[in-house]
Design a binder for this molecule. Structure first.
Ligand code: HEC
Ligand code: HEC
Length: 265
């Protein structure tokens, strides 16, 4: 606790006194104490990586912890007094740190092939029968995320993935409304969530781990640009896919990533 107080003092110094010449690396020492040197993640997969994640995404998470949409007391207390501009500065700082990712710690053994196949199908195609778009339709074809607001899904430890999907399932984690991830998670069975986490945690990272740009995402989701009726996913109702005889693509909007549109297969 004493340590946290000392670290908090560093942060506050940075927040209040711009005249004090403290570098961002020094000011964020409180953060890297848990999140690892340069925000490359803690040693055991519990403290998530920050380095290189999309800037808007990191900023939204800081707001989520500050405003009670995500919960981790020790960290929330640290950032509670910080002004929005400082949260943005920290998000930008960590987003610009490019630290290589380690190879996935898991391999294809230890889990039934059918589980990995289900996880792969959900990732690449979604599940139309449950009204769930493919993960790649929002997280990018390479799953490295989409700048500035959508995180990548590779390089995340299995426990962290399970923890986050479980937190959405139980309502412990929320994003800015409409919370599209909450809808994705609610529509999937627990087995499906486990399968997709098992699959993702085993995928190697591509050579270029930078988040994709929105224009690339749109080009790979051609139907999202057509003029079609969007079903409102805010209600949580199962989308209707037909209107008369014409199939209607159901587009999804995310409050935390306004530029991104997930589309049903
Ligand atoms: C006491 C340890 C601790 C400290 C100090 C700490 N964090 Fe965290 N942070 C965590 C944990 C644990 C999580 C994951 C919580 C969860 O499971 O949702 C987290 C999550 C995050 C996330 C979300 C990451 C993601 O990919 O969704 C961001 C962003 C973040 N922290 C930034 C910071 C910043 C910036 C600081 C310094 C001001 C900081 N943290 C200080 C423990 C800490
Ligand atoms: C409609 C778009 C959309 C679809 C489809 C989607 N996601 Fe997401 N996902 C998001 C957004 C936006 C966020 C960031 C939410 C926030 O700001 O907290 C996110 C965040 C996440 C996170 C948190 C990552 C972290 O570092 O904490 C996980 C895990 C995740 N999604 C998994 C999935 C999986 C698995 C699928 C497919 C079954 C999927 N998502 C489909 C939009 C989507």
């Amino acid at each position: 606790m004493k340590l946290i107080c000392t670290l908090a003092a560093w942060l506050l110094l940075g927040a209040s006194a711009h005249a004090v010449d403290t570098s961002m690396a020094e000011r964020t020492r409180a953060c890297t104490h848990c999140h690892g040197e340069q925000g490359k993640a803690g040693p055991d997969g519990y403290y998530p990586r920050l380095a290189g994640k999309p800037e808007g995404y990191l900023f939204h998470q800081l707001q989520n912890f500050q405003q009670g949409r995500r919960h981790y007391d020790l960290m929330a207390r640290l950032i509670e007094p910080l002004p929005e501009a400082y949260l943005r500065d920290m998000a930008q700082y960590f987003s610009n740190l490019h630290v290589p990712y380690p190879a996935p710690a898991l391999n294809a053994t230890g889990v039934p092939a059918a589980v990995l196949a289900r996880g792969k199908a959900l990732t690449l195609n979604g599940d139309a029968s449950r009204g769930v778009p493919a993960c790649v339709s929002c997280h990018g074809a390479q799953l490295t995320g989409v700048a500035p607001d959508v995180p990548g899904l590779l390089g995340l430890p299995l426990d962290y993935l399970n923890g986050q999907l479980g937190a959405w399932q139980s309502g412990q984690r929320r994003a800015h409304a409409p919370d599209c991830m909450a809808q994705v998670v609610k529509r999937l069975a627990s087995d499906d969530l486990m399968a997709v986490a098992q699959y993702l945690a085993r995928q190697p990272l591509p050579a270029n781990t930078s988040p994709a740009s929105l224009s690339v995402l749109r080009a790979s989701n051609p139907s999202s640009t057509k003029q079609q009726v969007a079903t409102d996913v805010r209600t949580g109702a199962m989308p209707s896919r037909t209107m008369g005889a014409t199939p209607v693509a159901t587009t999804w909007t995310c409050g935390s990533a306004p530029g991104v549109v997930g589309v049903l297969p």
